[in-house]
Write a protein that binds this ligand. Structure first.
Ligand code: V55
Ligand code: FE
Length: 483
């Protein structure tokens, strides 16, 4: 018998597991959905099949559920399927959870000790080189059929990839089509090995170069410019002895420094130059670009990681007011031998930064990201951090001007995507799932990216609750034809 899920933040309210694999044809739409929006919006959501074996767990451990909104000429269809990982297959066969703590194999049921990895592939759906990959940073990607969302299997770039892991965040050069990514703890649990990888436009692994990070830090995202690769390492650190003793995977070490490694894109990993800063944290990078000898990196900087389970393991507690500081630009001058970083505030605190795909890696003006604004309403629980965002922002990084949109009290928003327009001088659209806490259902809102404050052009209604996605990506019909 499958018992109820625990009554904790990670599994209650809007975070209740949904576990629904479904197809919905022609969702009901209020307003006018622009007919030029054609393509697939893939989303990855942790959605645990079984209640945690040890009684509690973090949201981030949930089995990967990939869903897709397919937009075609003013119509939208929906589909959701589990990623059939080795882990989920073993658990379905046993009809119960067999895995213990987050990323800790020493806490698992002995019957799953033979599995190559325990990834749940729940973080990002990546479309590149004609393949749809579902990735979590603790294991190899899983390849999915982009039309049926059926799992094809674990993907190692045709046997070429040596790293045991692959980053959930990748960077795709809009000019060359190359995909940049990396695996951290590439050589094993809590190792300092990082495998820097480049995948050609047509999906071939053309570079895999290993280096040692200063410590086994949580490397969730990185940044790439036309000339440089930037590897930030913040002191949320794994410790092998602690993990082997059945302890927590991550601890935020306030006494450690943060490091940023910068290498020339046409160079090699032995040319990485490390800069240091006092301990801080960031999960996502907005954009980066090189200007002469200077490298600019834009991101949301906070004092410590936001996830309650990491804070608890570090003897800290969640405090949304002190956690977040601001969006900053770090500028590194490679012409200077000094270990110096110039920091400038570019925008309010928040997360889920996204720029138009074509703006990646170069000097840019517009970014879209999210924040929690207490003036809109009291905090509502949804997603892995607990307090969900309720406000979407459009930031002009050159002027600091911010436009805001909030769907209102009792509603929270999930990570947005940006959809380019084919019309000249049109900034495109933003689309995101809105959690309707009063009805327990979800809807999608579509806004004009240039004027988010004007509110939705269209609202796409769902007859169910969509658990909070971690990340999603838009794939235009020009890259993946509609079936
Ligand atoms: C993140 C998400 C993860 C994870 C580690 O968003 C970091 C950050 C969904 O899983 O395992
Ligand atoms: Fe992320």
């Amino acid at each position: 018998m499958t018992k109820p899920f625990p009554d904790t933040m990670d599994f209650a309210g809007f975070n209740q597991p949904s576990r629904v694999e479904c197809d919905i044809y022609d969702l009901v739409i209020e307003g006018e959905l622009p007919a030029e929006i054609n393509g697939h919006w893939f989303r990855a959501t942790p959605d645990p099949q079984y209640p945690p074996m040890l009684g509690e767990d973090t949201y981030l451990s949930g089995d990967g559920m990939v869903s897709c909104f397919r937009f075609e000429n003013g119509h939208v269809d929906f589909k959701s399927r589990y990623v059939m990982t080795e882990r989920l297959k073993a658990e379905r066969a046993a009809r119960r959870s067999l895995h213990g703590k987050y990323r800790n194999p020493f806490t698992d049921d002995p019957t799953v000790a033979h599995l190559i990895d325990r990834t749940v592939a729940n973080t990002t759906p990546v479309w590149h080189g004609g393949k749809l990959l579902a990735i979590k940073e603790d294991g190899l990607p899983y390849e999915l059929d982009p039309y049926t969302l059926e799992t094809i299997g674990r993907y190692d770039f045709g046997g070429k990839l040596r790293s045991q892991t692959m980053s959930a965040h990748v960077r795709i050069d809009p000019e060359t089509g190359e995909m940049f990514c990396y695996g951290y703890q590439a050589g094993g649990l809590a190792s300092r090995d990082v495998a820097f990888c480049v995948i050609s436009r047509d999906g071939e692994l053309v570079r895999e170069e290993w280096f040692q990070a200063p410590y086994a830090g949580l490397m969730h995202d990185f940044a790439v410019t036309r000339e440089h690769i930037i590897f930030p390492v913040f002191p949320t650190i794994a410790d092998k002895a602690r993990i082997e003793a059945g302890g927590d995977f991550w601890r935020f070490e306030q006494e450690e420094k943060a490091y940023v490694g910068i290498m020339p894109r046409n160079g090699t990993v032995d040319q990485i130059r490390w800069f240091t800063q006092p301990a801080c944290s960031s999960f996502h990078f907005m954009n980066a670009f090189t200007e002469g000898s200077k490298v600019h990196v834009d991101f949301g900087k906070s004092k410590c990681p936001p996830f309650p389970f990491i804070l608890a393991a570090s003897g800290m507690s969640f405090d949304p007011t002190t956690l977040r500081s601001a969006y900053v630009r770090w500028t590194f001058d490679l012409a200077s031998p000094e270990d110096r970083v110039e920091e400038r505030v570019i925008g309010p605190a928040g997360d889920f930064p996204r720029v138009a795909d074509r703006d990646h890696m170069r000097d840019y003006r517009i970014a879209y990201y999210q924040t929690f604004d207490p003036k809109v309403g009291p905090p509502v629980i949804a997603g892995p951090v607990g307090v969900a965002f309720n406000t979407l922002m459009r930031l002009d990084v050159t002027t600091g001007e911010v436009q805001r949109y909030s769907p209102g009290r009792g509603k929270s928003i999930q990570e947005h995507i940006h959809i380019p327009s084919s019309q000249p001088d049109h900034e495109g659209y933003l689309a995101f799932v809105v959690d309707l806490h009063d009805t327990g259902l979800s809807e999608v809102q579509v806004l004009a990216a240039a004027r988010p404050e004007e509110g939705p052009l269209a609202r796409i209604q769902l007859p169910l609750r969509l658990r909070c996605q971690v990340h999603g990506n838009w794939v235009p019909a020009s890259d993946l034809p509609l079936p």
